[in-house]
Ligand binder design. Structure first.
Ligand code: ZN
Length: 173
C-alpha cells in the first residue's frame, strides 16, 4: 500500500470545498484502497487525523485515530486509544455550548502549532467505509480532531481560527 503525499497550503486544493462521497463508491475497490492508503499515510506521519483533501482528493472523507503508543495514551483516552474512525460525508449535527482552548498542529503544515478554540463536545454523523450510517458523540481531544478534519473538507485550516499567533515548534526547541 502506498503512502500518499500530503499537500501543503501552496496547493489550492487544500482550500477547496470537497465533494460528497457518492453511494456508488462504497463498493468500489479503488475507494477502499484510498481509505487504506489514507490510514497508512496518517499512521506513518504520526498524525491523529487525515482528510482526503490533504492527499489531493476532493472527497468528504476523513480518518481519525487517537494514539495508543504509551501507557499515558491509554490512561488519557481509555478505550478510545488506538480506535480507528473512517467517516465519509461527516457532519456535525450537534455541539456543546462550551468551547475549549487547545493546541493543534496539522500534517499539511509540519512544524507549526497554534491555539484554537473548539467545541468541547460534538455529535458527528456520516457513513462508515462501507456506506453504513455512522454516529459518534465525541468529547475533548477526539471532538477537537473531528472538528479539525471536517474543517479540511470545507477548505478551512486551523490557522483560520487562531487565538494566538502560530507557534513555530521547530524554533522553540
Ligand atoms: Zn489538518
Amino acid at each position: 500500500m502506498p503512502i500518499l503525499e500530503i499537500i501543503q497550503p501552496d496547493n489550492p486544493l487544500l482550500r477547496k470545498k470537497a465533494f460528497r462521497v457518492p453511494d456508488s463508491s462504497f463498493n468500489d475497490a479503488k475507494f477502499q484502497q484510498l481509505v487504506d492508503d489514507m490510514i497508512e499515510t496518517m499512521d506513518s506521519a504520526n498524525g491523529v487525523g487525515l482528510a482526503a483533501p490533504q492527499i489531493a482528493q476532493s472527497l468528504r472523507l476523513i480518518v481519525v485515530r487517537l494514539p495508543d503508543t504509551s501507557e499515558e495514551d491509554r490512561e488519557e483516552y481509555g478505550e478510545l486509544a488506538g480506535q480507528l474512525f473512517v467517516v465519509a460525508n461527516p457532519k456535525i449535527i450537534k455541539q456543546s455550548r462550551e468551547m475549549v482552548e487547545g493546541v493543534e498542529g496539522c500534517l499539511s503544515m509540519p512544524g507549526l502549532l497554534g491555539e484554537v478554540d473548539r467545541y468541547e463536545m460534538v455529535v458527528v454523523t456520516g457513513q462508515d467505509r462501507h456506506g453504513k450510517d455512522f454516529r459518534i458523540k465525541a468529547k475533548d481531544w477526539l471532538a477537537r480532531v473531528f472538528q479539525h478534519e471536517i474543517d479540511h473538507l470545507n477548505g478551512i485550516l486551523y490557522i483560520d481560527h487562531l487565538q494566538k499567533e502560530v507557534i513555530d515548534a521547530k524554533k522553540k526547541k
